[in-house]
Design a protein around this ligand. Structure first.
Ligand code: DSN
Length: 416
């Protein structure tokens, strides 16, 4: 495919190849990233990008839908089967638009919504003040407990009883533990709120049965499709039949125009991949790898937020090592290990220069790395954090990283 680009635009072709090399030769620990398979990438780059299909299957505003209708139907059916859902909308462009659509379907502007605060591991769209969710709605934020750093379900209930939200959002982007969706559902029922469970980070784990599913508990479940689910960049919403009309109307025509049919096809492929035994084993290994990475880091003197991980990510408090998130993330990048700096709960430092880093194992697990490699990665992180200003030491680690990467070819990438 790059050859076709090169004949028209060598500059962009060269940049794509540079990114292929970067993705191949570095250890990617960004918890929200993954490697989509060649099949998913090919569907994303297919002629389906050429077609407009505003509307839904058998109810479109353009002719020529005999193929696209079948593709969208496949994606919907596979999503419903995989997650045990009554209805799926596979048109949201990504996770934030999916959440916006659920707010639109269930709330009026100004209504009260209750979500996890961003500094405590929530997402921008869970009511953070600079986001639409905090500007157009009366957002109340719950937090994690200062002692355990676990979601404070007592506080969620107390805030729900006090503020009577129209919508409660249960979801995380930087929280390394299982979310108790049943507990959220009980609180939502008690106060008459709708429940949105945002499983963007964990949808692959949910699909594989290694994280409890919110589907039996939630009015709507939103997700991106490119994180642990390993699909194309996109979004989807699962919901009960009773909400299907409201959710569909919110996505189109309220918020979006034509669906991205190339993404829908790639999602259908990813959902098929995610229904296999191989994917179940993958998801299990993602969690095992995360636990082992945490243990290695603890042994090296780092503090793990909540004391460890039972999903695909670890949030690392660097304070005991006397270093901070941003410089460590930069040093790690020089050492060939890519992550993001992150706040820790009740962080005394500023979000742009916080105390922690967030690490995730979806990408390295897609390359086939297991427990031994996680211990090696923990030891490289330890070495990099001890040699942050030593360019030569960091370059040496980068060389070792590239050697290990060469032994674990990443799905979807040509080998350079
Ligand atoms: N940006 C994603 C993440 O990294 O968690 C969430 O949208």
């Amino acid at each position: 495919m790059v050859e076709a680009i090169r004949s028209v635009d060598p500059e962009v072709a060269a940049l794509i190849e540079a990114e292929e090399r970067r993705q191949a030769n570095t250890i990617r620990l960004i918890a929200s990233e993954n490697y989509a398979s060649s099949a998913v990438l090919s569907a994303t780059g297919s002629v389906l990008t050429n077609k407009y299909s505003e509307g839904y299957t058998n109810k479109r505003y353009y002719q020529g839908q005999e193929v696209v209708d079948q593709i969208e139907r496949l994606a919907i059916d596979r999503a419903c089967d995989l997650f045990g859902a009554e209805h799926a909308n596979v048109q949201p462009y990504s996770g934030s638009p999916a959440n916006l659509a659920v707010y639109y379907a269930f709330c009026e502007p100004g209504d009260t919504v209750l979500g996890l605060g961003l500094p405590h591991g929530g997402h921008l769209t869970h009511g953070w003040k600079v986001n639409f969710s905090g500007r157009f709605y009366n957002a109340v934020q719950y937090s994690v407990r200062p002692d355990t750093e676990l979601i404070d379900y007592d506080e969620v209930r107390a805030l729900a009883l006090e503020h009577r939200p129209k919508l409660i959002v249960a979801g995380i982007t930087a929280y390394p533990r299982v979310v108790d969706f049943a507990a959220f559902a009980e609180i939502a029922r008690e106060v008459g709120a709708k429940l949105l469970c945002d499983i963007a980070h964990i949808s692959g784990l949910v699909a594989a049965g290694v994280h409890p599913s919110p589907v039996p508990h939630a009015d709507a479940v939103s997700s991106t499709t490119h994180k642990t689910l390993r699909g194309p960049r996109g979004g989807m919403i699962l919901c009960r039949k009773e909400h299907a009309k409201a959710i569909n109307r919110a996505v189109f025509p309220a918020l979006q125009g034509g669906p991205h049919n190339h993404t829908t096809a790639a999602l259908a492929v990813a959902l098929k991949e995610a229904s296999t035994e191989q994917f179940k084993q993958y998801a299990q290994q993602v969690v095992t790898n995360s636990k082992v990475l945490c243990e290695g880091l603890q042994e090296a003197g780092f503090r793990l937020v909540t004391g460890g991980s039972d999903n695909h990510m670890c949030v690392v408090d660097l304070t005991p090592r006397g270093v901070f998130g941003k410089p460590v993330a930069r040093a790690l990048e020089k050492a060939g290990i890519v992550c993001n700096y992150n706040t820790i709960p009740y962080d005394p430092r500023k979000p742009f220069d916080p105390s922690g880093i967030r690490l995730g194992t979806p990408s390295v697990t897609s390359r086939g790395m297991k427990e031994g490699e996680m211990r090696q990665i923990a030891s490289w992180i330890d070495r990099a954090a001890s040699n942050m200003d030593d360019e030569a030491a960091l370059a040496t680690i980068a060389g070792e990283v590239a050697e290990m990467c060469a032994q674990f070819p990443a799905p979807g990438l040509p080998q350079h």
